[in-house]
Design a protein around this ligand. Structure first.
Ligand SMILES: [Zn+2]
Length: 131
């Protein structure tokens, strides 16, 4: 079984996560797969996941800037392409007017923003607690 207590080290700080996420993390940590990969604590697993998030989204954070959003439309500036992007909800999904796609880098970016998810979750997108 993988150690589930927090890592005791001066280099680690406590952080809070939703209960459901911690439960899922513990389930994975106890699966044996985590140990086979070399993880020795759920804190290491969480740190690994957060590093992945930051490496995935750090580029987007410097390129995209949300300027306005409502339950039906999200507007952002794409500084890479120097244009304003509108995403509208078609009743089922968000549609990017620039890419004419339901899942492009613009939509991927806005769907990781908790403030946007709170507004669009009534259309079936999960909120930040993944409920
Ligand atoms: Zn797009």
């Amino acid at each position: 079984m993988v150690k589930l207590t927090p890592v005791k080290s001066g280099n680690w700080q406590p952080i809070q996560f939703p209960k459901e996420l911690v439960r899922d993390l513990e389930t994975f940590a106890n699966s044996g797969v985590a140990r086979a990969l070399g993880f020795t604590s759920k804190s290491q697993l969480a740190a690994f996941a957060i590093r992945g998030f930051l490496s995935t989204y750090s580029d987007y954070l410097s390129i995209y800037q949300i300027t306005d959003f409502s339950e039906n439309e999200i507007t952002l500036i794409d500084h890479d392409e120097n244009k304003v992007i509108h995403m509208k909800h078609d009743g089922k999904f968000l549609l990017c007017d620039s890419d004419k796609e339901y899942y492009c880098s613009h939509i991927k970016f806005v769907l990781m923003c908790p403030a946007v998810l709170k507004v669009v979750k009534k259309f079936g997108y999960p909120d930040e607690d993944n409920k």
